[in-house]
Design a binder for this molecule. Structure first.
Ligand code: 5AD
Ligand code: SF4
Length: 445
């Protein structure tokens, strides 16, 4: 039997899909070349916005229509599967199975039931405060995600994640360190530690006690310090960050380890104190800007990227202007901008969402344009400088054009004379810049 995964959403989902692929393969399934070649297609879904959900449902219906001409098993997993639960079988009547976000340990049993001809199989128990999922990887990827914190205990007013990914569960530090060591010994060069609000690692349970480091008192800095010491680990990242987690201890760890990358994805969501309070974010605009100042004072070249929501209930033109001015003041390297989408059951869902789609679109576009200007100005300063990149591989469209990433997580395009391989860490000279892409020539040429 062959399988194919379609993955929507964030890095957490990318990691879950990798884990599912590893589980399928350990049960004897083979990766399919494409949809036509697949016996089983699993759609890993996101629930953050309604649009992402509609897309996944549309995709599943299209796939189920193919069952008329050939045998095909279609399933859902991920955040939307957890949110909609059994309703999925109403919305996609020919769906074969649905799998919740913390139920991957049922894969062998699920496959057996599918082979026995069972259908409409549901493993959708609400996510609880337990690990739930195994930690398999495919063969060590060049760049690997390692989940350290499952779930989320924050209750941002707009966000469905605590409902669909359950309460926080911090994996034991010893397990995380083992997983990282095994990956690196097998060739992984870059590790990204994952958690919805990763700096809350070890705060809701005491998983850090087994960590080897006594240098730091707070669990996340302590974990990061221990992971950074893994021999031969070239690059270490973590996501997502939260301003309240940027403590002096954390900043000290970032400064001390040259393999910790100079990039933080630090979602701000809004530049207006009124909206930040309504979102229940737990910081003000000034707190956020102060955090940036402290980070940049310690690590001058640190890149900061962010998420912003436009059109949150009650966002006035004045609130929006404050977000625009924050983007200028914060000088973000990149911003991901989202139009507010009410999610049933969240605190904000009962608020008045009457801003027109056109107005949300206008605010979205103004922010995108501003971010392009800000990004271009920052990248202009990188022209003719030498930066180290971790080589990723050839571009699909033009194989002589290769790409890599800087420590600051910027994509760099360069020509490979043939001597360079994925995983190489090498210096390049920046020759041309766009708001989100750098072009370079090899430093040694
Ligand atoms: N509507 C729009 N954007 C949202 N996000 C989370 N929930 C919503 C929502 N209901 C955005 C936030 C978050 C990113 C992953 O998705 O900006 O940081
Ligand atoms: Fe990731 Fe959140 Fe989307 Fe789930 S709902 S895939 S956690 S962004």
């Amino acid at each position: 039997m062959t399988y194919l995964l379609h993955t929507y959403g964030c890095q957490m989902n990318v990691r879950d899909s990798e884990m599912l692929a590893a589980l399928f393969e350990s049960c004897g399934l083979l990766p399919a070349r494409d949809e036509a070649d697949a016996d089983l297609i699993l759609i890993n879904t996101c629930a953050v916005r309604e649009k992402a959900e509609d897309k996944a449902i549309g995709k599943a219906r299209l796939l189920c229509a193919k069952k008329k001409t050939r045998p095909l098993l279609v399933g859902f997993t991920g955040c939307m599967a957890q949110r909609l639960g059994h309703e999925l079988f109403k919305r996609v009547p020919r769906l074969d199975f649905a799998l919740g976000t913390r139920s991957f340990n049922v894969i062998p049993e699920l496959l057996q039931r599918l082979r026995d001809g069972d259908t409409r199989i549901a493993y959708l128990d609400p996510p609880t405060n337990s690990p739930g999922n195994p930690d398999q990887h495919l063969a060590a990827p060049l760049s690997a995600f390692v989940t350290v914190l499952l779930g989320c205990n924050r209750r941002c007013a707009y966000c469905i994640v605590p409902d669909v990914r359950g309460p926080e569960y911090s994996r034991p530090a010893a397990d995380i360190l083992n997983e990282v060591q095994t990956l690196v010994q097998n060739g992984t060069r870059e590790i990204t530690l994952l958690g919805q609000s990763v700096m809350r690692y070890g705060l809701a349970n005491d998983a850090w006690h087994s960590s080897t480091s006594a240098t730091y008192r707070e669990p996340f800095p302590r974990l990061l310090h221990a992971v950074a010491q893994t021999p031969n680990l070239r690059r270490l990242r973590f996501t997502s960050a939260h301003p309240t987690g940027c403590t002096d201890e954390l900043i000290d760890v970032l400064r001390r380890h040259p393999n910790i990358c100079h990039h933080l994805h630090l979602p701000v969501q809004s530049g207006s104190d009124t909206i930040l309070a309504a979102m229940r974010r737990g910081y003000t605009r000034d707190d956020y800007l102060n955090t940036l100042r402290r980070l940049r004072a310690a690590i001058p070249d640190i890149a900061i990227t962010t998420d912003i929501i436009v059109g949150f209930p009650g966002e006035t033109e004045d609130d929006f202007q404050q977000t625009l001015s924050l983007v200028r003041e914060a000088a973000f390297d990149n911003s991901f901008i989202f139009k507010y989408s009410p999610r049933p059951g969240t605190p904000a869902a009962s608020l008045d969402d009457s801003l027109s789609p056109e107005e949300k679109m206008r605010r979205n576009q103004l922010l995108l344009d501003l971010q392009d200007q800000v990004g271009q100005t920052l990248n202009d300063n990188l022209l003719h400088t030498t930066l180290d990149i971790l080589v990723e591989g050839p571009s699909l469209r033009n194989p002589s054009r290769w790409s890599g990433r800087t420590s600051t997580n910027k994509i760099v395009i360069f020509e490979n004379p043939g001597s360079i391989s994925p995983g190489d860490l090498l210096p390049v000279i920046i020759t041309r810049v766009l708001p989100q892409t750098l072009y370079a020539s090899l430093a040694s040429q």
